[in-house]
Design a protein around this ligand. Sequence first.
Ligand code: 5RP
Length: 231
Amino acid sequence: MPINKKKIAGEKATEYIKDGMTVGLGTGSTAKYLVEKVGEMVKNGLKIQAVATSRATENMAKELGISLVDVNDVDYIDVAIDGVDEIDRDFNATKGGGGALFREKIVASLAKKVIWIMDDSKLVESIGEFPLPVEILPYGYKATFKRLKALGYDPVMRLKNNELYVTDNGNYIADLHIGSHANSDDIKQKLDNTVGVLETGQFLKMCDYIVVGTCNGARVYDAISIKQEKF
Ligand code: 5RP
């Protein structure tokens, strides 16, 4: 059977979860293993409350008997654990491939400790190859789309079953094709100033640790130890 690197990373990250914590639960195929393991730990007596980053994760957590709390009812989150689509050595990441970027950013921004989990294919020298998801408001979205196009970001409206993809927040997503040679801070500034853009999948230096699933087990890096690593 092939090694399941996502499972290795997701399960390893549960070591950061302790009794009494408020935990941010991520979204996606790697976070799924995290949530499954947390469900198992809860059945074995772990006492936590969780904030979900998407309806899908919320539903999964409910089925597994994990206590959920509304994001508006917490002042902070002890630890948020989530997947990424790509991440570089400076801990600049792209997220939102699964469409949950807005809630993921809110949850990460409330967390005292942020951990991204992934298989080793997500480590890149420079982010930008993965299309950057941007959540845009439906009102006037065609004008927003034109603005993104005028910036040279080659936007493509995300579709599902041939209809515009709708996020958990009732918005749309434009996936931007920028390439890996652009300056992330410059892109951030331009997108922050684009009318109609609610949030972007740029998560720049937002995490404390990454947990990477490899053929040789899980590897944990912080912002210093990742610098020495060869990808
Ligand atoms: C969802 C996300 C996911 O965390 C990201 O897409 C990674 O997903 P996966 O673990 O399935 O590769 O940002 O919005």
